[in-house]
Design a protein around this ligand. Structure first.
Ligand code: ZN
Length: 262
């Protein structure tokens, strides 16, 4: 069992993947010329991040923002605001491209460039979340070589752990605690309905309470452009308040949780 601070029996982190336009460009570079598609991501920078920052301020909660380098270059002011509010900033690729689509050299260049851009905001970047949660055969060794403290990508546990023979910590995630599988609408297929907040509230409450019962760390993964739609942002605030009201639960950043791995 992990020993959590303040006699807590479990931990919860709220993380935000600030993908903005890059999630569509990473999927298909031709989208870079399609303003209609990209506008879905622009909403994230223009409207959603301010709403998220405001509610985090109200709830006095520090979160972790995983940000692609190119998003930080395009939306400098927003990243300044995230850093100024004291949130943790972590790596989410330079472009939003899955490492599985890159050569070792390209993947390393993304790691170096992405961190350089983020550290330009005066923050220390210790964590890495792949754009897709997918690893190439080189990802782990590159993260070690470049001195990352933790990864938040794998789904094989409910507690942080150290990768074998490495100082690199894994802070495990899962699709069930991600907003995208529940709320994402894919206009190319129209096969999946958009979930209601009531459905997601029920799914998240059960999973978070289950992880707490087992003494683990529940890592919520949200995307500003998805969770901060007008009909959902109130739900996010209520859910944060619900978690903050639970007994013996330590609400922390992903980086703080990673420090406790044994
Ligand atoms: Zn992403």
């Amino acid at each position: 069992m992990t020993d959590w601070p303040n006699d807590a029996r479990a931990a919860v982190a709220f993380t935000f993947d600030f993908d903005a336009e890059e999630v569509w460009i990473g999927e298909d570079p031709a989208n870079a010329d399609r303003p209609g598609i990209l506008s879905q991501g622009t909403y994230g920078a223009k409207v959603a991040v301010p709403l998220v920052l405001e509610l985090l301020r109200r709830r006095e909660l520090r979160a972790t923002f995983f940000i692609p380098g190119r998003v930080a270059e395009r939306h400098t002011g927003r990243v300044d605001e995230i850093a100024a509010a004291g949130h943790e900033i972590a790596h989410h690729g330079y472009t939003h491209t899955s490492p599985t689509k890159l050569s070792r050299e390209e993947e390393e260049a993304e790691l170096v460039k992405g961190r350089e851009v983020l550290e330009g905001f005066g923050v220390e970047v210790r964590g890495y979340r792949s754009p897709s949660w997918d690893f190439s055969e080189h990802t782990l060794s590159l993260l070690e070589t470049h001195g990352f403290a933790y990864s938040s990508n794998l789904m094989d546990d409910i507690r942080p752990y150290r990768h074998n023979g490495s100082s690199l910590v894994e802070v495990p995630i899962q699709w069930i605690l991600d907003d995208a599988p529940h709320f994402w609408f894919d206009p190319s297929t129209w096969t999946k309905k958009i979930s209601t907040v009531e459905e997601v509230r029920s799914i998240w409450e059960h999973e978070v309470l289950g992880i707490i019962d087992l003494g683990g760390a529940a890592i919520l993964t949200c995307h500003p452009q998805i969770i901060a739609r007008p009909g959902r942002v109130g739900f996010l605030e209520e859910f944060i308040a619900f978690v903050q009201g639970l007994d013996e639960v330590w609400v922390a950043t992903t980086g703080e949780i990673a420090e406790l791995a044994t």
